[in-house]
Ligand binder design. Structure first.
Ligand code: AMP
Length: 216
């Protein structure tokens, strides 16, 4: 299974990917997570990406494409993958198409998670994450037992710099300008399926299972 999850920041791509991964042994490739790890470990890539990320802008295509190219060649991608947060521009989508052609593989589907901006802003401004284990919390729906302390590992639970409201608004406008054209791009390739992002954490998994049983 090889799929792309497409949607504004906060549409739940990571949550959907986790639920698919619990069922199928495929790689979950989140470009945002890879970049954040690099920033955390102060790698050369992290240093290049940080200022773009902090201001809600996209990291340049060349950097992202090189990063994905090496990731797709790792062995855990052999059984399939979920791309979460990539591609985000038409040049990235074109580079992906060339990479897949070279690997001799096709995409199964591009799933668009549709959601309203107001819901996303509310979701992201209340989102918190553990600095150590990455567990995600929400100050309204899933607060930590002790404020600022991870229930799972006792790590520090913080708000991402780019989850501040001004940065979220910037990330949304970047999505509409640079990423939304991918919706038509993949619709034209007959790969696009749109789901309601408020349909629960298994909404994409359920759709994929339906598709699989229909094709049997
Ligand atoms: P995310 O967690 O997917 O929202 O990504 C966080 C930030 O990482 C984005 O706001 C961008 O600065 C950067 N980023 C992640 N994926 C990409 C990508 N495919 N292209 C460019 N920048 C990206």
């Amino acid at each position: 299974m090889r799929i792309i999850l497409l949607g504004v920041p906060g549409s739940g791509k990571g949550t959907q990917a986790e639920s698919i991964k619990n069922k199928y042994p495929i790689a979950h490739i989140s470009t945002g997570d890879i970049l954040r790890n690099n920033v955390k470990n102060s790698t050369e890539l992290g240093k290049q990406a940080k200022s773009y990320m902090d201001s809600g802008k996209l990291v340049p295509d060349e950097i992202i494409v090189a990063m994905i190219e090496s990731r797709l060649n790792e062995t855990d991608c052999k059984e399939g993958f979920i791309l979460d947060g990539f591609p985000r521009t038409i040049p990235q989508a074109e580079a992906l198409s060339t990479m897949l052609e070279n690997l001799g593989i096709d995409l199964d589907a591009v799933i668009e998670l549709a959601i309203e901006d107001d819901i996303v802003i509310d979701r992201l401004t209340t989102r918190r994450g553990c600095k150590s284990c990455g567990e995600i919390y929400n100050t309204t729906f899933k607060p930590t037992k002790v404020e600022g302390v991870c229930d799972k590992c006792n790590g520090e639970v913080i708000q991402r710099d780019d989850d501040k409201e001004s940065v979220i608004r910037k990330r949304l406008s970047v999505f509409y300008e640079q990423t939304a054209p991918l919706i038509d791009y993949y619709r034209n390739k007959k790969l696009l399926v749109t789901v309601d992002a408020n349909g629960g954490k298994d909404v994409v998994l359920k759709l994929l299972e339906k598709k699989r049983s229909a094709s049997k």
